[in-house]
Design a protein around this ligand. Structure first.
Ligand code: BGC
Ligand code: NOJ
Length: 825
């Protein structure tokens, strides 16, 4: 069953029923101000850091699940029934409902009693504000008198403290009301230099800023006291829970429509310019303040400037047009026209869009990530670059340098850093031994995309300390050496706290509930080895050697290659289990992921990297993966699933079979097998794996899939689960970047390399071919791939502007448009 449809021409998913199987959300904003917005306008906003600068309050795991957001309440002609354009929270049945999630904007339209209310929500490019343009239209034949109430609930900034420290927080809330703008200024008089505001470009007939007055202590969001009685209380919050609600009386003649532009903004002021003169000083405006206090009046200059940029319908429309143009440009860099409509919409629109969101937010704030627990992950952010670097390379460059600055001198890294400070997070520390390799991979991806080899000479600190400055290439060198110097009894890389699989905790041995599996270290870590890191090394290590060669350091390139060859030998000797690669050796030196194990005989993670690196028997490896791990909904992580807790394995065995890292379909690592299958020419298999997890292909059974049909989820419940096929944890997952790499570079086979653009598709045999447009280093390539002999892979001929080229790499050209024809066969 579907709950909407794709409108590809507008790059929108159109939701036609508000009762989606789970809230289906969108993200607004991509630099400073971010909003999460569900299909019923639930969600919240924050500035850069979802924990420390939370602007709106949101209660996770609520009942009903999605309560709290930016709501417009409508009372039309003093009817008993109040309603919202997005149906919730009143849940009054509407005559029509539609939510269009687009690129950085959401438009929610509802109608009732011949009144249509449509709200366009977006964060304009370069502004720290959510603009909400509300259009009310009288479609009836009689005039209307409408009572309109806006509503948002402020968070007292630190979302963690806000949801726990009530003894303090119930006394600190402060607001100011100045004409049609409501200011939230809790803690502004002391150590904060930021405030938020909510304004509307029309005179108001009243307001409320105290939640308990607006809603009533014993009511819910669905029946706020003020809205039910049709009268604002003009409440001025003083402690408790500050909110912002405007009350506007609107009259509409038949067929008349009116627009209102609401702006929810965030302002930072310089320390010396924080305050306006106290009330009473001559010539100062007189805002209404909490407790009637006359001091610490907010300097509103910047708020006025911000509001002035979006205070008319025309300005809002122009800002939306700019946002659309911005996305037109971003999405024109890579487009495909293949025989598969679903693949096209994933590649051209939604997968790339999700890559931007994961790049921006790492794993911090979604409807599954509460925004308080996680900063920017080192491994996560490095991988996110793979799907984003072509969009805005300069931002990827900065991110790489930020990440490198949190590396340690031994080549390891702080596992996370905070986006506001960009400093490594001490609480979590380091010792996740896959981390260093992702740094090499993201740097390589950046250079391949841009040709900007100079990044390797950039001077970046270790441990965020300037006295420990060294070149980025030196950081890559130490990352490389980290793998080969921290080895265990077999000469394989030590796993540390965990490698990519955070839940395979071979040094933890936790028998105490509540302990963190990621940071508890029960063992000294000198025995447990990761074959996944070893196969990653086989795949990623050569990139370091290539970078050295590009920089003219042949000696170092040769050293690197000989270390890789040595490690590969060790992997083939101690890491091969006869039909697939082992996963690890545990702290007792026992095999993990072997036919000899009762459960967890085979794991997905090492297999894909080994195949991509041409290591060992690639055909046998892929056959084993297909035989053991394939299911109707994608490849599960391991088989058989663990049914009991295994002290020496850790968190992986805590999950019920089929969920998360215990035999769930982890969509992130499915991409590695899509790449691997494509790499060896199994184009049909690659497409099969791809289409099982790509969300647009799952739209038809949305009631089972549950999460949004336009974005990947981290996990689909595996075949051992009670709810096989159900997705969880949508949006913020490395799945986005890796699947974009898999489909764009491996299936469609258009892959940037250091010295050109490689064209090496690996497609389903029944495709006649496809066309694609790719802008690469300033030139545009119009690529036509023809498949007359119905093969999957193999470039028989390649011409650029009619001239034949040897091999399958187009040399990078300075500019212009180029016609590329590829014949497979
Ligand atoms: C999850 C992992 C995640 C880790 C992060 C675990 O509970 O299962 O997917 O990477 O937490 O801390
Ligand atoms: C999610 C984490 O964000 C990521 O770092 C990890 O690799 C996967 N889970 C697998 O455990």
């Amino acid at each position: 069953m579907k709950y909407g449809f794709f409108d590809d021409a507008n790059r929108e998913y159109v939701i036609t029923s508000p009762r989606t199987p789970y809230p289906w959300i969108n993200y607004l904003g991509s630099e400073g101000f971010f909003s999460l917005i569900s299909n019923t306008a639930g969600g919240y906003c924050f500035y850069k850091d979802a924990r420390l600068r939370r602007i709106l309050r949101y209660r996770y795991n609520n009942v009903p699940i999605d309560m709290g957001g930016r709501y417009f309440y409508i009372n039309d002609n003093d009817s008993d029934e109040i309603w919202n354009p997005g149906w919730s929270p009143c849940k009054t049945s509407l005559d029509s409902y539609e939510c269009r999630h687009g690129m950085g904007y959401t438009r929610i339209t509802g109608s009732k009693f011949d009144l249509e209310a449509s709200v366009l929500f977006f964060v304009p490019v370069g502004l720290d504000a959510e603009v909400q343009k509300l259009t009310l239209k009288n479609n009836g034949s009689a005039p209307k008198k409408i009572k309109l109430f806006s509503f948002v609930e402020w968070c007292l900034w630190d979302a963690m403290d806000d949801s726990s420290n009530f003894q303090r927080n119930f006394s600190i809330g402060e607001v100011e009301i100045d004409n049609s703008t409501i200011y939230h200024k809790t803690e502004y008089k002391e150590r904060r230099d930021h405030y938020a505001f909510y304004s509307v470009n029309a005179p108001i007939n009243g307001f409320d800023t105290s939640r308990d007055d607006f809603i009533g202590l014993y009511n819910g969001f669905d029946a706020p006291d003020v809205v039910m009685s049709g009268k604002p209380k003009n409440s001025v919050a003083d402690g408790w829970a500050p909110i912002a609600s405007h009350y506007i009386e609107v009259e509409l003649a038949p067929n008349e429509s009116k627009d209102f532009v609401f702006v929810l903004g965030y302002i930072e002021n310089e320390f010396n310019e924080k305050f306006a003169p106290d009330i009473g000083a001559s010539g100062t405006p007189h805002p209404t303040t909490s407790g009637g206090r006359t001091q610490n009046i907010v300097n509103k200059k910047r708020a006025h400037e911000l509001i002035a940029k979006c205070d008319t319908s025309e300005k809002a429309d122009k800002l939306l047009a700019e946002l659309r143009a911005h996305w037109d440009e971003l999405l024109s860099i890579y487009t495909v026209n293949s025989p598969d409509e679903k693949l096209n919409r994933m590649v051209n629109i939604w997968n790339q869009y999700q890559c931007m969101v994961t790049f921006n937010l790492s794993r911090s704030a979604s409807y599954f990530e509460s925004g308080i627990g996680r900063g920017m992950g080192f491994r996560d952010s490095n991988q996110d670059i793979l799907g984003f670097v072509h969009q805005i390379p300069s931002r990827a460059r900065q991110r790489i340098l930020d990440l490198a600055s949190t590396m340690l001198r031994d080549g390891g890294a702080y596992h996370q850093y905070q986006p506001l400070t960009k400093k490594g997070n001490h609480e979590l520390g380091s010792n996740f031994n896959d981390d260093p390799l992702w740094m090499i991979l993201s740097t390589a991806a950046y250079i391949k995309e841009t040709g900007d080899v100079a990044i390797l000479d950039e001077v970046v600190p270790y441990e965020n300390k300037e006295e420990l400055n060294a070149s980025l290439l030196d950081h890559c060198k130490r990352a490389f050496n980290h793998v080969i110097t921290k080895v265990g009894p077999h000469g394989l890389p030590l796993i540390g706290r965990a490698d990519w699989n955070d839940c395979l905790n071979l040094n933890c041995f936790s028998a105490t509930s509540g302990q963190s599996f990621q940071t508890t270290e029960g063992k000294d870590g000198k025995v447990a080895e990761s074959i996944m890191i070893a196969t990653m090394f086989a795949f990623i290590g050569p990139e370091y050697a290539k970078m050295c060669r590009i920089k003219g350091d042949e000696t170092e390139a040769l050293r690197a290659e000989s270390e890789i060859a040595k490690m590969n030998e060790i992997v083939l000797k101690h890491g091969w289990d006869g039909e697939w690669f082992l996963r690890a050796y545990d702290d007792f030196g026992k095999k993990v992921g072997s036919k000899d194990n009762e459960e967890g005989k085979i794991f997905i993670e090492p297999q894909g990297f080994a195949v991509m690196a041409n290591l060992g028997d690639t055909e046998k490896t892929l056959d084993s993966v297909d035989k053991w791990l394939n299911s109707d909904h994608g490849l599960v992580l391991n088989q058989p699933a663990f049914t009991r807790y295994i002290l020496e394995y850790g968190e992986i065995s805590t999950y019920p079979p089929g969920y998360k890292e215990n035999a769930g379909v982890f969509c992130h690592n499915n991409a590695w097998l899509i790449c691997a299958a494509a790499h060896v020419g199994r184009g049909d298999k690659a497409f099969e794996y791809y289409s099982k997890i790509a969300p647009a292909f799952r739209e038809d059974f949305s009631e089972l899939n549950k999460t949004e049909p336009y974005v990947y989820a981290q996990m689909i419940a595996g075949k051992d689960a009670g709810r096989h096929g159900e997705s969880k944890n949508s949006w913020l997952t490395g799945t986005a970047a890796w699947n974009f790499a898999a489909v764009s570079q491996y299936i469609l086979g258009i892959a940037p390399d250091y010295d050109g653009l490689v064209i090496d598709p690996s497609i389903p045999k029944d495709w006649d071919g496809f066309t694609a447009e790719r802008t690469f280093r300033g030139a545009k390539y119009n690529i036509t791939v023809k498949n007359p002999n119905k093969v999957s892979k193999g470039v028989k001929s390649l011409t650029v502007n009619g001239k034949a080229i040897e091999g399958n790499k187009i040399p990078a050209m300075a500019s212009g448009e180029h016609e590329v024809e590829v014949i497979l066969g």
